[in-house]
Design a binder for this molecule. Structure first.
Ligand code: GLC
Ligand code: GLC
Length: 821
């Protein structure tokens, strides 16, 4: 039964192909470039629906191979381009940048690959782009087919532009860069060895498995004076210049002439690779780089069969990962979100944090402490080893006082001193990621790993000590009401209560005036109770009973403090500012109510028994909910207030100023499930989940297969318009809310607990779940049409007390029947 497929009627720009795990885009001219990501480990590419974008090794700032012009015109400039020339006509095999109208175009974004189909004048092309597993190269496999009745002579021109490694310098210090470019050409491989003679141990290359009819490595020679990518002079005239770059802007372009008989297909395998060589193997001879590693790599991709074989491996890799959790409910949009796209986005977000997207340049931000810890909760069931490593990396950037650097740079894994710390919610996220990791894997050994502090001190402390210091950091930094001090900001980067900036040249994020021992955050208070409780449970698990009891007292005290000083009557306050004034109170004229403190205090169960949670959620529904999702605050701030900071610098309805900041909507969804409100939880869930938004693709503008960070709120010019897609904590949180709280399949220390809170109309749910080495086929039966409540449980036909599948069955295959009663 496909409950909701009828509202998929708008296919202006694209549609889902679930069979192939693909989204099919049917026009090059989407409202924004609709991108995909290539790569699953260290080497990544971002690729738009017209092959725009770039690739990099580990760090999109310091190891960027190719050049991209973000935030510029025309939109989406720079990429892996293939110009096809047939007599005097030419076009792009990926729909752009040539503006020639195609007879047919589609882009299929799949799991780790993108495929572009185009045809014109009876010539069909297919470009398949991907990064093979464990390989530092993008493969672009081009198949050209002649569907006409006559023999065709076709010219193919490839094109990429090199970035000179440091993407920031490439745009900022180009007076230097314009003199540094160096290339080597050997056979069909164009090498980019810029700066190689100096401090570098790496180079790039672009190759094709066929003899060349020409090449270009100098951009201006290829494009012609003052031309853009839409009509390079070389393509127009049909002959490469064999240009050799010395300085200026190096590119790599192959020219290939194909003769195609009627009905004939030919394939070309392009490899855009990255090589690191040790210092003593850098040179083959003076000024000639050691090309052997590149040649070795090329032998893996020198035929279409080999390339397709690698693509097959990638496909199987993804199918295996996606099988770890899959669901069959009566709602195909829910299934599609959980089984495919949300999991896919979770991995991408985990891998890239907030660094490289169409909205993030890759030079501005490293791996965020709070962001990455949260990203693990959507990803840990897929590749837990990576999560373990990430948690320990994050832990090693923590400072000795328990606070944290807000970000670290992936190449050095050192805390980023330019940004520093003092975002006082940061530490407790480490407790979330660690406890969630242990519940998934049962691996308590992570607690005993020795981890340095601040990237420098001797590793004489274990990871558990880091969690304790995170916990104590909150306790050691309380304000006048006994609530946690906010520091520069809490989860909301833009609520800057200690900034007071009158100077437009100052960054809100890094400006902090004075000791700031007054402004307090109710969000951190709720977070502390929630994850503090997790810390206490963990202490109990590992037998630290005395510490558990001591810590519990701090939590109880915080709980009371919140009830006493942070309840506004109908909802939780948001903060106290630097003057001790309330923020997020009915007494304020703007910013009366905020979502974050409702979410965290509710999830922590503060006031669950006396109706406060219920009341706070009713207030959220009344004041913040819209058709497009739940807004962050209301009423929006209408003017800049230096006591509030960046939040009040945004126009009403955007970003943190009353935008729908999707990341925090799942907090409310989870809170609703805690009250057993399955319908309400689901209503909020479907408002922001892309699989339900197909009919809104024109309004939304962003990719309708992934979550975006922000949807414009009701005060905006265009409510419902999305921005900042892909790299957002929304992915992990939505997945976590849907799987652990709506479906209610939740890892706990003892095993897997089952506590669904679903739509009453869902009578049967099937889940396949891999967990700690076992495979569970779980059926949730809901014969009475309930939302939540008690369940009876049986495993392999044997009734079980309670609702936890426990470790006695942690091997092999098991059938679990849960019945809602
Ligand atoms: C961005 C940041 C995240 C922050 C949020 C709210 O998504 O990456 O760290 O919590 O904005 O300001
Ligand atoms: C800006 C954005 C916020 C983001 C922050 C990261 O303040 O508004 O969403 O978290 O930058 O530095």
């Amino acid at each position: 039964m496909m409950q909701s497929s009828d509202d998929d009627t708008d296919q202006t720009y694209g549609y889902f192909d679930d069979q192939n795990y693909e989204y099919v885009i049917t026009t090059p001219y989407t409202p924004t470039p609709w991108i995909n990501y290539l790569g699953s480990n260290e080497f990544y590419g971002i690729i738009s629906n017209t092959a725009g974008g770039y690739c990099f090794d580990r760090d999109p700032k310091f190891r960027r191979l190719t050049r991209y012009r973000y935030n510029s015109v025309p939109l989406d400039s720079g990429g892996r381009y293939f110009y096809i020339r047939d007599e005097n006509d030419f076009w792009s095999a990926t729909g752009r940048p040539a503006t020639t109208q195609l007879d047919q175009y589609s882009c299929r974004h799949g799991m780790g690959y993108s495929r572009f189909n185009a045809s014109k004048n009876g010539i069909a092309t297919q470009v398949t782009s991907f990064i093979p597993l464990d390989t530092k190269a993008e493969i672009h496999s081009l198949v050209v087919t002649n569907h006409t009745q006559s023999t065709k002579s076709i010219d193919v021109f490839s094109f990429i532009e090199w970035c000179l490694w440091n993407a920031e310098d490439d745009g900022a210090n180009f007076q230097r860069n314009l003199s540094t470019a160096e290339v080597e050409i050997e056979g069909s491989t164009l090498y980019h060895k810029t700066e190689y003679r100096e401090r570098r141990n790496h180079y790039g290359f672009y190759s094709v498995n066929r003899q060349l009819d020409g090449y270009d490595t100098n951009r201006e020679s290829f494009l012609g004076p003052y031309r853009g990518f839409d009509r390079p002079e070389v393509v127009e005239k049909g002959q490469a210049n064999n240009s050799f770059a010395r300085g200026w802007s190096p590119i790599a372009s192959h020219h290939l002439k194909l003769e195609l008989a009627p009905g004939e297909s030919q394939s070309l395998e392009f490899v855009l690779g990255y090589i690191e060589v040790s210092v003593d193997h850098k040179w083959h001879s003076k000024n000639v780089i050691n090309k052997q590693p590149a040649k070795d790599m090329l032998t893996r991709f020198d035929s279409h069969e080999k390339v397709m074989d690698e693509l097959g491996k990638l496909n199987r890799y993804w199918r295996t990962l996606l099988c770890k959790f899959s669901v069959e409910t009566p709602d195909d949009k829910f299934n599609r979100a959980i089984n495919i796209w949300n999991q896919y986005q979770n991995m991408v977000t985990f891998n890239l944090s907030r660094s490289a997207s169409f909205y993030e340049s890759g030079i501005g931000r490293g791996i965020g402490f709070r962001d990455s810890n949260q990203d693990t909760i959507g990803f840990v069931h897929m590749v837990p080893e990576k999560v373990r490593a990430r948690i320990l990396d994050l832990s090693s950037t923590q400072k000795f006082d328990g606070s944290a650097y807000h970000q670290y740079q992936p190449l050095t894994k050192k805390g980023n001193a330019n940004i520093g710390g003092n975002f006082n919610d940061d530490p407790m996220w480490l407790v979330l990621s660690t406890t969630n990791y242990i519940k998934e894997t049962g691996d308590f050994s992570i607690l005993q790993e020795m981890v340095i502090y601040d990237g420098q001190e001797q590793a004489t402390h274990d990871h558990f000590d880091h969690l304790l210091r995170a916990f104590m950091h909150v306790i050691n930094n309380l304000g006048p009401h006994g609530l946690p001090l906010i520091g520069r900001a809490d989860w909301n980067d833009c609520l800057n209560l200690n900034c007071f900036s009158d100077d437009p040249n100052e960054s809100f994020q890094t400006t902090q005036v004075g000791a700031s021992d007054v402004a307090e955050s109710v969000m951190i208070a709720g977070q502390f109770v929630l994850y503090g409780q997790e810390f206490v449970d963990l202490c109990q698990q590992v037998g630290k009973i005395e510490l558990a009891n001591r810590s519990m007292k701090h939590i109880e005290k915080m709980r009371k403090t919140i009830e006493q000083h942070a309840w506004d009557g109908e909802w939780y306050l948001r903060a106290y500012d630097s003057r001790g004034k309330k923020i997020g109170s009915h007494k304020n004229s703007e910013g009366k109510i905020f979502i974050e403190s409702q979410g965290f205090c509710a999830m922590a169960g503060i006031g669950l028994n006396d109706g406060k949670v219920e009341q706070a959620l009713r207030s959220v529904d009344k004041h913040l909910a819209t058709d497009f999702g739940i807004m962050l605050n209301q009423p929006a701030y209408s003017q800049y207030d230096k006591y509030l900071g960046e939040i009040s610098s945004y126009p009403p309805g955007y970003k943190e100023n009353a935008g729908i900041f999707c990341h925090n909507n799942p907090w409310i969804i989870i809170a609703e499930t805690m009250l057993g409100h399955g319908e309400k939880a689901f209503e909020y869930y479907r408002k922001i989940t892309p699989t339900y938004l197909q009919n809104r693709q024109t309004l939304l503008k962003t990719e309708p297969y992934v979550y975006c960070q922000m949807i414009a709120g009701k005060d905006a010019a265009n409510p419902g318009e999305g921005k900042n897609s892909w790299l957002t904590g929304t992915a992990a949180w939505s997945y976590y809310a849907a799987t652990q709280y709506i479906l209610g399949i939740r890892p706990v220390y003892q095993g897997l607990s089952i506590a669904p809170c679903v739509l009453p109309s869902w009578k049967l749910i099937r889940v396949q779940r891999e967990f700690r080495g076992a495979q569970y086929s779980i059926e949730i039966h809901n014969p009475h049409g309930l939302s939540s409540g008690k369940i009876t449980l049986s495993i392999d036909g044997q009734p079980v007390e309670g609702n936890v599948i426990s470790s006695s069955s942690f091997n092999g295959q098991h059938t679990v029947i849960a019945t809602m009663v």
